[in-house]
Design a protein around this ligand. Structure first.
Ligand SMILES: *[C@@H]1O[C@H](CO)[C@@H](O)[C@H](O)[C@H]1NC(C)=O
Ligand SMILES: *[C@@H]1O[C@H](CO)[C@@H](O)[C@H](O)[C@H]1NC(C)=O
Ligand SMILES: *[C@@H]1O[C@H](CO)[C@@H](O)[C@H](O)[C@H]1NC(C)=O
Ligand SMILES: *[C@@H]1O[C@H](CO)[C@@H](O)[C@H](O)[C@H]1NC(C)=O
Ligand SMILES: CC(=O)N[C@H]1CO[C@H](CO)[C@@H](O)[C@@H]1O
Length: 470
């Protein structure tokens, strides 16, 4: 398609640049097939695939990264930006003047289960795993969600204040899961990260003695009313948590008002939960949590509401934001289906995945609520597997730095391609394309500021294209 260049020259350009990428540290995926639709990439202490820093080429060239069901994993390529159109049917036009939301970041959760799995590997393989997410060669995670005490992805039930009637939290103490597992791993992740990590804390349940049902699981909420002693003690528990983590040099960007408040309103809910109605949550934040944080050493900690399913968003946002005078902007943490592209096209500014790593059963989880994870650990072989979801996340998280702003992009004709475009703080452009089905079709991108890019979306693939503007 680059018809203005002699073919031989074109081949040489691509070959040389591909080598240049290889020599700056790209390691190939060691593919393993477990008999499913696609492969996973196996990593150990000494070998793991990565795309290095993924720096974009100089003006006039573009890079592309391809992952596909057929086995490509962030496969890099370089191409030339053309002055003229290739005349290919489908054209995607970038419209920088149409500006939407800015990206905040991407991340995962350091649950007890994630920490247990990571620490089940040898020291070298642990380091390799953390590097995959957090180092400058990793996929750019800057968020870590940290459960406050136990959740279903724990091996036992506990909170930090299990002594009945301890309203002053005199017996508050972190668990061995925090001190020996999560905290050391968070410190190592922070040390590997080129940027400060944004930590986010979510609690599943208050101590049973603060609750109507006297248990961590099932249907139950805080005893009394907002402004009362249980609600005050629960707010103070958050402050004590922040204080204890700060002793280990870990400060939190935000806390949430609690994981899935709707779960705690279901009668036989099977694991840790604390029920809130939006009205009770509004009043608890206004009367207890807000004031407790304001008068703590951490007055700038953000409070994220909802922390629950998207279905509930509009009602909770409406109710909780009424009556908050002193809390600034209301941010909602929602649970979304894993369709980053559609979500980003609907104003989502970040994505925090669940467990950073699980074992081959999808656990451990004390209620056997096993799920999948981008990274699966096999402690017996001292390896971990990066699943296809790791790469679909990477197509966004590696490239969309904090502050990247979504801009307009439009197609010249009907297409089943999904696409989203961003301008990063350094004015470079990132275009992410998803082709979910089995046909391969060439297309062209037009960025009026730089020219035309010719590319192809292979069947069932993610493609991230990037180019500099100045
Ligand atoms: C690009 O388009 C211009 C204007 O139509 C034309 O004069 C020129 O020959 C084209 N260049 C190439 C390399 O096709
Ligand atoms: C790590 O994996 C590579 C590639 O599969 C292999 O050659 C190497 O021996 C492995 N190293 C260890 C310590 O198992
Ligand atoms: C916290 O950071 C300071 C300064 O960087 C360092 O001196 C101290 O040892 C750290 N403390 C812990 C508990 O890691
Ligand atoms: C509670 O558990 C019973 C038995 O498993 C089930 O039939 C019922 O639907 C559950 N109730 C709720 C509200 O989930
Ligand atoms: C570029 C492109 O649109 N590729 C294809 C992706 O898959 C669907 C379904 O087969 C095709 O219609 C697209 O043309």
């Amino acid at each position: 398609r680059m018809s203005s260049l002699p073919l031989a020259l074109l081949v040489t350009v691509i070959y040389v640049t591909a080598q240049a990428i290889a020599s700056t540290g790209r390691n190939k995926c060691v593919a393993r097939n477990f008999g499913f639709d696609s492969v996973v990439c196996e990593c150990n202490a000494t070998q793991c695939d990565d795309i290095g820093s993924a720096a974009l080429p100089s003006l006039g060239k573009f890079s592309s990264y391809l992952s596909s069901m057929s086995g490509s994993r962030l496969e890099p390529q370089l191409g030339r930006i053309q002055g003229n159109s290739s005349g290919t049917g489908l054209r995607l036009t970038i419209s920088r003047e149409q500006k939407y939301q800015k990206i905040r970041g991407f991340g995962g959760a350091m649950t007890d289960a994630a920490a247990i799995n990571i620490l089940s590997l040898s020291a070298g393989t642990q380091e390799q795993l953390l590097r995959q997410y957090f180092s400058s060669e990793g996929i750019g995670y800057t968020f870590v969600r940290v459960p406050m005490a136990s959740c279903d992805f724990s091996t036992r039930l506990y909170t930090y204040a299990d002594t009945p009637g301890d309203y002053d939290l005199d017996h508050f103490s972190l668990a061995q899961e925090d001190v020996n597992m999560k905290i050391p791993l968070l410190q190592r992740a922070q040390a590997l990260s080129p940027r400060p990590l944004s930590l986010l804390a979510s609690a599943w349940s208050a101590p049973s003695w603060m609750k109507t049902n006297g248990a961590l699981i099932g249907k139950g909420s805080l005893l009394g009313q907002p402004g009362g002693k249980e609600h005050k003690a629960w707010a103070q528990y958050y402050v004590r948590f922040l204080e204890e983590y700060a002793k280990h040099n870990l400060t939190f960007w935000a806390v949430t008002t609690g994981n899935e408040p709707s779960a705690g309103r279901i009668s036989n809910y099977s694991f840790q939960a604390l029920g809130f109605t939006p009205e009770e949550q509004r009043d608890w934040v206004a009367l207890d949590l807000g004031p407790a944080l304001h008068s703590s050493p951490y007055p700038n900690t953000h409070v994220l509401i909802l922390d629950d399913n998207r279905l509930l968003l509009s009602h909770w946002a409406k109710v909780v934001s009424l009556g908050q005078r002193s809390l600034g902007k209301i941010t909602a943490l929602l649970y979304l289906r894993p369709d980053f592209l559609s979500d980003l096209n609907h104003h989502v500014s970040g994505w925090i995945d669940w467990n950073l790593a699980l074992d081959q059963t999808g656990g451990p989880n004390w209620v056997k609520n096993f799920v999948d994870s981008p990274v699966i650990v096999d402690k017996h072989r001292d390896v971990f597997y990066k699943q296809p979801t790791f790469y679909s996340m990477a197509h966004f998280s590696k490239f969309l730095w904090e502050g990247s702003q979504r801009v307009g992009v439009s197609a010249s004709q009907d297409t089943e391609l999904k696409y989203t475009a961003f301008v990063r703080p350094d004015n470079s452009v990132i275009l992410i394309i998803l082709n979910r089905s089995s046909a391969e079709v060439p297309f062209e991108v037009w960025d009026p500021e730089v020219g035309h890019i010719t590319s192809t979306a292979p069947a069932r693939s993610f493609l991230t294209l990037g180019w500099n503007t100045d």
